[in-house]
Design a protein. Structure first.
Length: 245
């Protein structure tokens, strides 16, 4: 599962890294502001790269909704969908069965650029957040799908069964987001993929040695505290935890 992310790079960094251009130039200043903690349950607007226009960065709301949803009814939809995770994640095993996912998997796949994400580790009933990022601090892409509501987009991040690394971190649900290797990004947005090729890309084993993982403040899970601050990505050591890494 992946309900919390970060994206701290300037837009131009994303453009250069993914060889894309920002679709709405008026939004550049807003997205140049670092986002140290994007809480999915607040359904933030984020930049993503859509299969239908793979040369652009465009804006979407985190939390996939059916394409027949009215924009003015989106808030109410999210309130009802919270019991199902708010549309923030999509189990990749259900891509070709779920009533929303199956309408998007062939032609509306996307890449969500992030500099990191957070996963909960359970110890004696308490949650301890781990921050996961690249060892080189560069941006990377998570696999997703999206829907179009008029000219408005909503998206979700794909998840799958955890690798051994993520099974140790996310030790209750044992899930992880689908991280795209750089060489698979172009393929993920290709219109020519068949169902089996899509499944192969989803199940491709990302090289976890490229990732750095460490615990951060438990404030991350406190909705009453502003955690979109630079300090939230600082490592915090907990004596009660056995060091995993």
């Amino acid at each position: 599962m992946c309900f919390h992310t970060s994206q701290t790079k300037k837009v131009v960094k994303l453009e250069n890294r993914f060889k894309v251009s920002l679709y709405d130039e008026d939004s550049r200043d807003a997205f140049d502001i670092p986002s140290y903690h994007l809480n999915g349950f607040s359904h933030p607007n984020m930049l993503f790269i859509p299969q239908e226009e793979p040369s652009v960065l465009t804006i979407g709301t985190w939390g996939i909704a059916p394409s027949n949803t009215k924009i003015e009814g989106l808030r109410d939809y999210y309130k009802k969908a919270v019991q199902f995770g708010g549309g923030l994640n999509a189990q990749s095993e259900k891509l070709f069965e779920h009533f929303i996912y199956k309408r998007s998997v062939s032609s509306k796949r996307c890449i969500i650029p992030v500099t990191g994400f957070y996963e909960p580790h359970d110890y004696k009933g308490k949650k301890y957040p781990y921050h996961i990022k690249r060892t080189d601090d560069e941006v990377f892409g998570l696999a997703g799908i999206y829907t179009s509501i008029d000219e408005y987009f909503t998206f979700t991040i794909l998840t799958k069964t955890a690798s051994p690394l993520f099974a140790d971190i996310h030790n209750l649900r044992k899930r992880q987001p689908v991280i795209l290797s750089k060489e698979n990004e172009e393929s993920w947005l290709s219109d020519s993929l068949n169902d089996n090729e899509i499944k192969e890309l989803v199940n491709h084993k990302f090289d976890d040695s490229q990732l750095s993982t460490f615990t951060v403040s438990r404030d991350l899970f406190n909705a009453r505290i502003n955690t979109n601050i630079s300090e939230i990505v600082n490592q915090v050591h907990y004596d009660e935890l056995n060091t995993l890494f």
